[in-house]
Design a protein around this ligand. Structure first.
Ligand code: OSB
Ligand code: MG
Length: 371
């Protein structure tokens, strides 16, 4: 297939509630969307980076630059047999996985539509519905956090993840456990600790957490391996895992017992699938991480979460937890059992709402092959 045209769009979307992690607070999202047109079909991808280079070095502007000046010209240059060809074509660019993923994933959407199959089926998904959890940011007060947890537990979500950082950890988890002794609970530190906090981190073992996510350095596996030897609680890596090779090394080192896969962080569906296979072979459970995505990124996450190794509830939750109005129809909804039904329609299975996208667009650039 040959791409006829690619549009980059930057949209602005206010979050219904701020989202705070150990590295800062997000209130308004800047999201870069990519639309590719080929064979009369349109496919969509989302760049899932943060506004600031804190979760990773990518930002909407670095992604725009890498896409405009490198990835898009290479994508337009010649036809592809499989969207996985693009992953190969993009290899000379080191890193910038979120920019790569937006391009590659848009082609997966097109490929699925052209074959008349749901994207989930095309990439090898086997689930009709996926188990869902929520990620709850740091709040202004413990009372507000508890109130949020109550709401999500009543809504039916299968597990609750809370963000922690030094000064917002042991006491917070103790209070949560007091009120909710039996919920599936986990904590995400986004690299807020070091091995000097070892004794402190050991205090978390008493809360029966499903896992602690990325407690130490974003680019470190060795210290995580040491920490895992000292902790009962399983460590889950997020920021440190960018490729199937990273997953293999982390598992061999004993740096984690669980891996969170984010489509953007690993560069798109083809790499995500391989990473998933590495984990499945080694019986390491995986789950789908989230990046406060709009409906486009959310729909891609749902497709990925249908792969057989995604046995744990992911950070894939209802649109309305983030947006007053999402940019897809229908918006993503979660059942009272805390599941999302994997769409059965061809492609992403959700319709991008062009009017709403247009209203939210602040920057646009279009590309066609120059011949
Ligand atoms: O570490 O998982 C993370 C959001 C932004 C950046 C990093 C993370 C998160 C989340 C939110 O936890 C997950 C979601 O989209 O619900
Ligand atoms: Mg995380």
């Amino acid at each position: 297939m040959k791409i006829k045209r690619i549009d980059l769009l930057e949209i602005r979307m206010p979050l219904v509630h701020f989202f705070e992690t150990s590295f800062g607070r997000a209130t308004d999202r800047r999201i870069v969307l990519l639309r590719a047109s080929a064979d009369g079909l349109e496919g969509w991808g989302e760049v899932t980076c943060g506004e600031m280079p804190f979760y990773s070095y990518e930002t909407p502007d670095t992604a725009w630059h890498i896409l405009r000046d490198f990835l898009i010209p290479w994508a337009l240059e010649k036809a592809w047999d499989s969207p996985a060809d693009l992953a190969h074509r993009f290899r000379p660019v080191r890193g910038h996985n979120m920019a790569k993923a937006a391009m590659e994933n848009a082609l997966w959407d097109i490929e699925a539509q052209s074959r008349g199959v749901p994207l989930a089926v095309l990439i090898g998904g086997t689930r009709d519905e996926i188990p869902c959890g929520v990620s709850i940011g740091i709040q202004n007060s413990l009372e507000e956090l508890l109130e949020k947890i109550r709401t999500e537990v009543v809504a039916g979500y299968q597990r609750v993840k809370v963000k922690i950082k030094p000064g917002w950890d042991v006491e917070v988890l103790a209070r949560i456990r007091q009120e909710f002794p039996a919920i599936k609970l986990m904590a995400d530190a986004n690299s807020a600790y070091t091995l000097r906090d070892l004794e402190h981190l050991k205090l978390l073992d008493r809360f029966g957490l499903m896992m602690i996510e990325q407690p130490l350095g974003w680019d470190d596996m060795v210290d995580h391996a040491q920490l895992q030897r000292e902790l009962k609680t399983p460590i889950c890596l997020d920021e440190s895992i960018h490729s199937p090779g990273d997953a293999r090394k982390a598992i061999e080192l004993g740096a984690c017992k669980i891996i969170n896969i984010k489509l953007g962080r690993v560069g798109g569906h083809s790499c995500a699938r391989k990473l998933h296979d590495v984990c499945l072979d080694r019986r390491v459970p995986v789950w789908c991480g989230g990046m406060l995505e709009s409906g486009i990124g959310r729909a891609h996450n749902i497709a990925m979460s249908s792969l057989p190794g995604f046995v744990l509830p992911g950070d894939v939750s209802a649109s309305r937890r983030y947006w007053r109005q999402d940019i897809i129809d229908p918006e993503v909804t979660v059942s009272a059992q805390g599941t999302i039904a994997v769409p059965r329609k061809p492609g992403l299975g959700y319709q991008p709402n062009l009017d709403r996208i247009d209203d939210a667009t602040v920057r646009k650039e279009s590309f066609e092959k120059r011949s």
